[in-house]
Design a protein. Structure first.
Length: 416
């Protein structure tokens, strides 16, 4: 697995901790999770975020909460009736209902919790030990499958982009846009949209332009050469997290603000020596039946810009992000975040002379918040927006890349 680990889960010792993503990229601190309530808090505060990661942490917190009874540590035992498994199951289901309210838009958590609820309801276990084993197996499968599927997403997205560009006769270097963070930090590892960029980069490293045969123009190798992550206001997951992953992986990348996309594309298009942007890859928090996609605020306008310039726009997500029960994007509940997340900016405190982040006497970066908005101003802070399916060229899942037929996606086909 990738060395950047958002979630540390020890299946032998039964311990769980999450990397505090609010402190990244300046400080690295893991927060231990002992209960479902702990998971609720880190998810709500966005110390762990990204649709797949939220689902994994939520599910594993159920494993950890039950493990205390199995191991005889009895944390939170006041809540559960340990003498009657039917009562215990009902109490657990109430805890699950509460957990899912931590972040409503990302469907992965809701899907995983529904599956755990169904498992608990159907379980024939006569005691907490049996129930625990079943949920442990579910949690382990969830994290393992997520990783395996991410690698497939990366390959599927990469192959689709390269074959489309090849069939258009495009040659040479190209760039790719992305928004938010969809990498190792948002998943069990590797990532979804950022996984496609990782796979494209791995492919490019092996590509060489053909030697010029006498009298003929050399064919330039088709290769991804640069990622353009958007900073992703208001919480800066692009600037803090995606940029961190790209630097860490040594993938060439240039950070831009969310408002620079149009000018960047037109500038690169006009510059003969530049590698133009040929694709945009984004993740998803919920893809509904018709393909309308909830993702980080800013995704919709990015899709509109891509359409204007004829740039391929791909949504990359595992099938656990698909919600066939919701038919249309208008029916998605979009999470509203606290206004302080827009009014304040968090980060490392910098030395005004050198620009370096200051460290305390233990060598740990000093982080803080500064206000950037006029006090008293009203704020609207939706965390996500909904991109209509007509702006999406393809939905990349572990099963392949689905394109529209007669303008419509048939996502139900993926579950037959
Ligand atoms: O608010 P966040 O940081 O949880 O938003 C995350 C996104 O919008 C991601 O694009 C999405 O969850 C997919 S992550 C693989």
């Amino acid at each position: 697995m990738s060395a950047l680990q958002a979630i540390k889960f020890d299946r032998e010792l039964l311990t769980l901790s999450v990397l505090d993503q609010l402190l990244l990229p300046y400080a690295t601190k893991y927060i231990p999770i002992y209960t479902i309530a702990d998971a609720f808090d880190v998810i709500k505060r966005m110390q762990v975020r990204g649709a797949p990661a939220i689902a994994i942490v939520g599910s594993l917190s159920v494993v950890i909460e039950l493990s205390h009874f199995v191991q005889g540590k009895f944390r939170d035992q006041g809540y559960y009736d340990l003498l009657n498994v039917d009562n215990l199951k009902l109490q657990l289901i109430k805890r699950l209902e509460y957990l899912v309210t931590s972040r409503p838009t990302a469907v992965n958590l809701g899907n995983a919790i529904s599956e755990i609820t169904a498992l608990v309801t159907a379980s024939q276990a006569t005691g907490v030990d049996g129930l625990f084993k079943e949920i442990l197996q579910f949690g382990c499968d969830l994290i393992d499958d997520d990783y395996t599927n991410n690698v497939k997403l990366g390959e599927n997205g990469k192959s689709w982009i390269l074959s489309k560009l090849e069939s258009e006769g495009f040659e040479g270097d190209f760039g790719v846009l992305t928004i938010c963070n969809t990498g190792s930090l948002a998943t069990s590892g590797y990532g979804t949209a950022l996984g496609v960029i990782r796979s494209l980069w791995n492919h490019s490293k092996g590509e060489r332009s053909d030697e010029e045969p006498s009298g003929k123009r050399a064919k330039k190798a088709l290769k991804f050469s640069r990622a353009y992550p958007l900073e992703t206001r208001p919480y800066n997951q692009g600037a803090r997290l995606t940029a961190y992953e790209l630097v860490y992986e040594k993938i060439p990348a240039t950070l831009i603000t969310d408002s620079m996309v149009t000018y960047l594309i037109s500038t690169l298009n006009k510059t003969e020596s530049a590698a133009p942007i040929k694709a945009c890859v984004v993740g998803a928090d919920r893809i509904v039946k018709n393909g309308d996609t909830a993702n980080k605020i800013g995704t919709y306008q990015l899709a509109l810009i891509c359409r204007q310039f004829g740039i391929k726009f791909l949504v990359v997500a595992p099938k656990t992000t698909i919600d066939l029960n919701t038919k249309h994007g208008d029916d998605i509940v979009v999470e509203q975040r606290p206004s302080v997340e827009l009014q304040n900016v968090s980060g490392g405190v910098v030395d005004p002379d050198t620009g370096d982040v200051l460290k305390n006497h233990e060598g740990i970066a000093i982080t803080g918040k500064v206000g950037v908005a006029a006090p008293g101003i009203d704020v609207w802070n939706p965390s996500f927006d909904i991109t209509p399916h007509d702006l999406i060229d393809g939905i990349v899942t572990e099963d392949g890349v689905m394109e529209k037929v007669n303008g419509e996606f048939d996502l139900g086909r993926l579950f037959n």
